[in-house]
Ligand binder design. Structure first.
Ligand code: GLY
Length: 563
């Protein structure tokens, strides 16, 4: 980061920390997550005196049980922790890592083509999980309550069951065929032998026992001993390459968040191995030279799409795990670089992505992962995005563990320029290497001014970044979380060279006007994302929480506190 930007960020932070923001204490606490039972878990922890970080552990573990399609104990995630007084600002990186025996060509067949089945289904698709390490690390370093309390709601939900909801059923329908390859796994999620009805009870006895092992032995309860042995044995039985050493060596990392400023707001967001924070900062830097408030809907969509195109180009070319590759973060975040990006941007014409690089033939997909936002009664905040990658991850549970494996290895670039399941391309920076973290789009974010704070994020694969971008612009436009989570979504990811729009989200005239500028507009058959946001208005000292209306199972609640 240039000295000028560092000073500006510090100045804004100091002003916020020393001004009205630091003085006020909320008169409530709030949680918004993808499942009302996980939201309840977080609220119950805060009702027992736990802080936001305690609540984040409870919500994460509960989501692992009741929303297995999206995140879980066999997956990973990023938890952005921000204290009210700025004494804490850190992202806990519980991203999965490649196993020690992984190598860059492990998914290529004899002709050099990517074997998509190996990359997303079964043992070889799974990275070494980071979620349980993240829970334990947060509890031990930032929480105040023991794991026996924090994991109690999740253990109860796993042992006694929870009713399948619409999302569980819909996404399982998409993975049923693969899951049926492994009858013991299918028996957990489809106890009656087929995709359950909404309301059917799902009991996960082995998962409850694995959670109990974590209560008893902390990090080692998962990464060493009996659970680890079953994980390695079960993964290797279906083509995996995990070893006991891989599990024993797993550690979370503390990362310094990406910060930037936009129109008087400070943004605190996810650093690598997420691509999200850098891409969001780049897009904001690029658009800040324009008066977007004066633009028509078409002009604004065009400009934002051009910003998205350029940020995703840089994502493909430069971003990867900074423990393994040099990422030019300071350069990418600089306002001068954004000025350079604007030089080939025209307001009257789309820039073909082929003018920026090659254009492989790809197809995007993805509507999974999970996000929750919460603020406690001290004003501590957590924005967390967690994942097993595609719906129900690798669709395989090593017998006896209850641990549904992720298929996060597909977030690596299996072959330079070849698309992954989200249609994202990548090159050397995101090539597979042993113990490297695969590049992510997860973008847990906090945006604040002296008057208002937003905790925001969403699942949605490659589209996470643009959803958070649109959501935070809506917040900066003055709206509350009900509005951010509902805004119609559009998305450009450089390749394929198209603006994707949600069904019925744009008039035919506006589509025609964008096409006249040179864009290809692709209307999807389904909506995407599942955004969860909490806002704290410092002027009124009120909180608001909202869950995405696109799915019915979300839970968003504000609880008043007496002082
Ligand atoms: N697995 C989705 C992501 O991390 O971006």
């Amino acid at each position: 980061m240039s000295k000028k930007i560092i000073s500006l960020v510090l100045l804004v932070s100091l002003q916020l920390a020393s001004g009205a923001f630091a003085q006020i204490k909320p008169n409530s606490y709030a949680v918004s997550s993808a499942h009302e039972l996980a939201t309840e878990a977080g609220l119950s922890i805060m009702a027992q005196g736990g802080n936001a970080y305690d609540a984040a552990v409870a919500v994460s573990a509960a989501l692992a049980v009741v929303e297995p399609a999206s995140s879980g104990i066999g997956g990973g995630g990023f938890w952005l922790l921000q204290s009210h007084d700025d004494s804490l600002s850190v992202m806990i990186d519980g991203r999965e890592v490649a196993p020690g025996a992984a190598h860059r060509d492990m998914y290529l067949d004899e002709e050099g083509n990517v074997n998509r089945d190996l990359a997303v289904n079964g043992g070889l698709a799974a990275g070494i999980p980071g979620a349980p390490a993240g829970w334990v690390y947060i509890a031990e370093n930032y929480g105040t309550l023991p794991l026996s309390v924090l994991l109690a709601p999740a253990i109860d939900l796993a042992a006694n069951g929870f009713p399948a909801d619409e999302k569980y059923v819909t996404l399982l329908g998409m993975r049923e065929e693969v899951m049926n390859r492994w009858p013991e796994t299918a028996a957990i999620f489809m106890p009656q032998g087929s995709v359950p009805e909404v309301g059917d009870l799902i009991v996960q006895t082995d998962l409850a026992n694995t959670l109990r092992a974590i209560v008893e032995n902390g990090h080692d309860g998962f990464y060493k001993g009996e659970v680890a042995e079953l994980l390695v044995e079960g993964t290797r039985a279906v083509g995996g390459i995990w070893t006991m050493e891989d599990l024993a060596n797993y550690t979370v990392k503390e990362r310094t968040p990406i910060t930037t400023t936009y129109k008087g707001y400070e943004l605190i967001t996810a650093p690598p191995p997420s691509s999200g924070g850098i891409a969001i900062a780049q897009m904001l830097n690029l658009i800040e030279a324009y008066d977007i408030d004066q633009m028509s809907a078409v002009e604004r969509t065009h400009l934002l799409s051009e910003a998205m195109r350029r940020a995703y180009r840089d994502r493909a070319l430069y971003l990867g795990d900074t423990d393994f590759v040099d990422v030019p973060i300071d350069l990418l975040l600089s306002k001068d670089y954004a000025a350079g990006m604007r030089t080939n941007l025209r307001l009257d014409k789309a820039t073909p992505s082929s003018m920026l690089a090659d254009d492989p033939d790809i197809w995007p997909e993805g509507n999974n992962t999970t996000h929750f936002s919460l603020i406690d009664a001290e004003g501590n905040m957590v924005s967390a995005t967690l994942t097993v990658n595609l719906a129900y991850g690798a669709a395989y549970v090593p017998p006896g563990t209850g641990v549904l494996l992720n298929n996060e290895m597909d977030d690596f670039s299996a072959k330079p320029g070849a698309p992954n399941a989200f249609g994202l391309v990548g090159f050397e920076a995101n090539a597979i290497e042993p113990y490297k973290r695969m590049l992510s789009s997860m973008s847990p974010t906090i945006v604040r001014s002296p008057e208002r704070v937003a905790v925001i994020g969403t699942p949605g694969g490659s589209r996470i970044i643009t959803m958070v971008f649109l959501g935070l612009l809506d917040f900066i436009d003055g709206h509350g979380p009900d509005s951010w989570v509902s805004v119609p979504r559009f998305h450009h990811q450089y390749l394929p060279d198209q603006i994707f729009i949600e069904p019925d989200s744009m008039s035919a005239e506006d589509v025609a006007a964008l096409e006249a500028l040179g864009h290809t507009v692709e209307e999807g058959s389904r909506t995407w994302g599942n955004m969860h946001g909490v806002m704290w208005d410092l002027e009124t000292n009120q909180m608001e929480a909202a869950h995405d209306p696109r799915w019915s199972s979300g839970g968003a609640e504000v609880v008043p506190v007496k002082r």
